[in-house]
Write a protein that binds this ligand. Structure first.
Ligand code: CTP
Length: 287
C-alpha cells in the first residue's frame, strides 16, 4: 500500500524530475505480510543499477568522454612446454584499477589482459591473452587508441622454442646434470608504439625499478618516446607485488616530476588519468 500510495508516487515523480535515478522495488512478500510491489531488491541488483547510473553520467560528463583508452594489465606467460612456463609476479591489479577509473571518467576502454585472477571491471571491452606475442598482436590491432597505458608486465624474453610435448627429465633418476633454457627477446610493444606514435596520441609506460628509479625511469620515457612514465619500486613499503596500494612517481615528457604518496591502486589510477587529461587539454609542450 505504501509504494502505490499517491503521496509516495508524487514524491518519486518529484525526485525523477530533479534528475535522480529511481530504482523500482521488487514484487514479493513485504514486511507487512502482504504480497505486492515494495520489496528491497537484492544487493547485487542495487549494485549493478548504481554502476550503470554512474557509467551513464560519467559518459555524459567525464573528462575522457569520447576517448578510446587502451590499457594492458597483468603478466604474460611464455610457454616452455604444454605444462610449464616463464612468467612474473604481476597481479594485474594496477592495470585493472586504471581501466576502471577510465570507464568512470567516460572513456571507451579496452583492457588487454594477461592471465590474472581478476574479473574485468564493468563497462570495459576485455581481451584476454597469454603470451607477449599475443599481447603484441592484440595491442597492434588497436594502436589507433587515443590513449595507450601499458601497465602489463610483458616478458622481455621467451623460450627460443616451445616443445609440443611435455619435456621429460634426462639422465638417470640421480642425475644432477644442469639443464639450460634458451631465451630470445620479445618485441618491446611500448617502444614500437612510441616509434609510430601519431600526433596527439598519449602513450603511458611503466618502469619497475629497484635502484636509480628516477634516472632509469626518465631514460625509458625518452627512449620509448612516452608522454608519461609511472615509476614504481616493489621494494618500497606498501608497493609489493599483488598488494592494493602503490607508491609511484610520475614523470612527463616536459620533465615535470610528480612524486605521489602511498595510495590505493584506485587512487594511483586516478592520478595517472589526471595527468593524461592534463596532457590532452594542455597539449604537449615539446610539440
Ligand atoms: N613493455 C612492453 N613490451 C615488452 C616489455 C615491456 O611494452 N616486451 C612495456 C611494459 O608494459 C612497461 C614498460 O615497457 O610499460 C617497461 O619497460 P621495460 O624497459 O621493459 O622495463 P623493464 O622490463 O623493467 O626493463 P629493464 O629490465 O631493462 O629495466
Amino acid at each position: 500500500d505504501m509504494y502505490v500510495h499517491a503521496a509516495t508516487r508524487a514524491n518519486l515523480d518529484v525526485l525523477e524530475a530533479r534528475g535522480c535515478a529511481v530504482m523500482p522495488p521488487e514484487h514479493g512478500e513485504l514486511a507487512s505480510g502482504l504480497i505486492g510491489e515494495g520489496r528491497l531488491p537484492e544487493p547485487e541488483v542495487i549494485r549493478d543499477k548504481i554502476a550503470s547510473v554512474i557509467l551513464r553520467s560519467a559518459r555524459d560528463r567525464g573528462d575522457l568522454a569520447g576517448r578510446h583508452v587502451l590499457v594492458t594489465a597483468g603478466p604474460t606467460r611464455e610457454m616452455i612446454d604444454p605444462v610449464r612456463f616463464v612468467s612474473n609476479r604481476s597481479s594485474g591489479k594496477m592495470g585493472y584499477a586504471i581501466a576502471r577509473a577510465a570507464v568512470d571518467r567516460g572513456a571507451r576502454v579496452t583492457l588487454v589482459s594477461g592471465p590474472t585472477s581478476l574479473d574485468p571491471p564493468a563497462g570495459v571491452d576485455a581481451v584476454h591473452v597469454v603470451s607477449a606475442a599475443e599481447m603484441h598482436e592484440a595491442v597492434a590491432a588497436r594502436s589507433d587508441a587515443d590513449i595507450v597505458i601499458m601497465a602489463a608486465a610483458v616478458a622481455d624474453y621467451t623460450p627460443t622454442e616451445q616443445s609440443p610435448q611435455k619435456i621429460k627429465k634426462s639422465g638417470d633418476s640421480h642425475g644432477d646434470e644442469p639443464r639450460s633454457l634458451r631465451l630470445k627477446r620479445t618485441v618491446d610493444i611500448l617502444a614500437k608504439l612510441g616509434s609510430t606514435k601519431r600526433q596527439g596520441q598519449i602513450l603511458v609506460g611503466f618502469a619497475l625499478e629497484t635502484e636509480n628509479e628516477l634516472e632509469y625511469g626518465k631514460r625509458k620515457l625518452r627512449e620509448k618516446n612516452l608522454d608519461l612514465v609511472v615509476i614504481n619500486n616493489p621494494a618500497r613499503a606498501g608497493s609489493a607485488f599483488g598488494g592494493d596500494t602503490n607508491e609511484v612517481t610520475l614523470v612527463d615528457s616536459s620533465g615535470d616530476v610528480h612524486p605521489m604518496p602511498l595510495l590505493s591502486k584506485a587512487h594511483v589510477g586516478g592520478a595517472i588519468l589526471d595527468n593524461v587529461a592534463r596532457l590532452l587539454v594542455g597539449g604537449k609542450r615539446q610539440e
